[in-house]
Design a protein around this ligand. Sequence first.
Ligand SMILES: C[S@@+](CC[C@H](N)C(=O)[O-])C[C@H]1O[C@@H](n2cnc3c(N)ncnc32)[C@H](O)[C@@H]1O
Length: 259
Amino acid sequence: MQKDNSTFLNKRRLRLRLLAMIDNPVILETHGGIGKLYAACYSTIGRGAVFEKDPQKADILAVQRPTWSVYRCDVVAGLRAGAAAHLPINFVDLDPYGEPWPVLDAFLAGDRQLPDRWALVVNDGLRQGLALHGGWSVKSLHGIVARFGSAYPYKNYTAVCRMLVEEKAGARGFRVANWVAYYCGHADHMTHFGAVLVRSSGILLAPGANKTFDQVAKEEVKPAKGQKTKEIRDGELVKHADQSKNPPRARQKKVAPDF
Ligand SMILES: C[S@@+](CC[C@H](N)C(=O)[O-])C[C@H]1O[C@@H](n2cnc3c(N)ncnc32)[C@H](O)[C@@H]1O
């Protein structure tokens, strides 16, 4: 899978927008690398857990975050074994080179305690493989392919991401309250998406819960200059322009605000 560093500004911006919507964040970073995202987004947050399978990188992370739990292991095996369950995690950051789905499954598996409201932010590199091999090549997408065909995931991957998040989080009793997804990077092979999940029976009382993603973005984050970004919400292309000249406008919903 091709590594992509050109999207770092987008990665950072998406995380800052989501962080502004979560009170007292406790972070789970599933793929720590050498801690670039931590330095850009999480360095002021005292509680969290990070996973990294590369021993040398894990050592760097342990030095970087003395108050966090640092796991040097395969993240899927670690989460399935209950690692980081001692923390009240409410912000989950998945940044693998390839697909995130087995990691999300591992986080949601078992009886891990989850808060009533939490954020999920993902950097997904699966689309490159989908362009080459179609949806049948990916076990995580077999249910989608059976319903919509093998070509569907590549063409509609942001919609697929939303369906899978709704399905997986829904099985644990959560619904998507806010959602954003877009393609970026070389040949649009990267997909970034973010969601705020709330317990289906829960009440949205947290500060910021009544704000749309774009309201928060205007208050908290300046757009990266000169960047062209395709932004898709609810599977619909809503802009393809320089965000610094033309900030995205929120599509308001009566019941649950979207980003
Ligand atoms: C895209 S990089 C993460 C970048 C990082 N988020 C940052 O801020 O720089 C992916 C990292 O995940 C690690 N990794 C890949 N598969 C893993 C797994 N199954 N368990 C734990 N770490 C893994 C790799 O060693 C690599 O450092």
